[in-house]
Ligand binder design. Structure first.
Ligand code: FMN
Length: 178
């Protein structure tokens, strides 16, 4: 097997865990949503999720100031909305209206759930220590919603530069990891 050298900016495409998420916030009565693929699990219970939200994103200050958001998990049918929410800023666009996303009030946070997503995680920011250095927010999932009719969600996994892998098959193996 002859391997070739991969340019370092492309490394993240190998490690990208996905699924690509839609992070919704609400600040001063204005709901917004951005596409997010840089996230990682930190703890089982309570579920903790770390995510990187650039300070250039309009969502950054909403998340920092309100300390609340919803992580919405879209599937393949929402691919157009996913890239639309990642290519446009809420500074100038109402992305809910533009991309036909339906907001629904969450139970524990002010940010809206996105109805079209098969799962929604209501989150609170619990640690900002790495925010200044890495734009890294630690979120605790307070409440989780799933559509029970979706068995094998066809989630999108970003491979970089506009390329996405699509999930959708579940296999069972004798893994010791819960
Ligand atoms: C597939 C994809 C994944 C993205 N992942 C992230 C991410 O993890 N963190 C981030 O800060 N921006 C990410 N972005 C870019 C933001 O979604 C983009 O800058 C968006 O316009 C921010 O919206 P806002 O200004 O309304 O907050 C991603 C974009 C795409 C298309």
């Amino acid at each position: 097997m002859v391997k070739r050298s991969l340019p370092l900016p492309k490394v993240y495409g190998l490690l990208e865990p996905g699924p690509v998420l839609l992070l919704s916030t609400s600040h001063k009565g204005r709901a917004n949503v951005m596409t997010l693929s840089w996230h990682t699990l930190l703890e089982f219970e309570p579920p903790l999720v770390g995510c990187v939200v650039s300070e250039n994103d309009f969502s950054f200050s909403a998340l920092r100031l309100t300390r609340q958001c919803v992580l919405n998990i879209p599937t393949l049918e929402m691919a157009t909305q996913v890239v639309g929410c990642g290519n446009n800023s809420g500074r100038s666009v109402d992305k809910f209206a533009t991309f036909g996303l339906t907001p629904q009030p969450a139970s524990l946070v002010d940010a809206p759930l996105i109805v079209q997503c098969h799962a929604n995680l209501e989150c609170q920011v619990v640690d900002l220590r790495l925010m200044k250095r890495y734009n890294f927010f630690v979120l605790e999932v307070l409440k989780a919603w799933v559509d029970p009719s979706v068995k094998d969600p066809r989630t999108l996994h970003h491979r970089g530069y506009g390329r996405f892998m699509v999930a959708g098959e579940t296999i069972t193996l004798p893994s010791k990891m819960r």
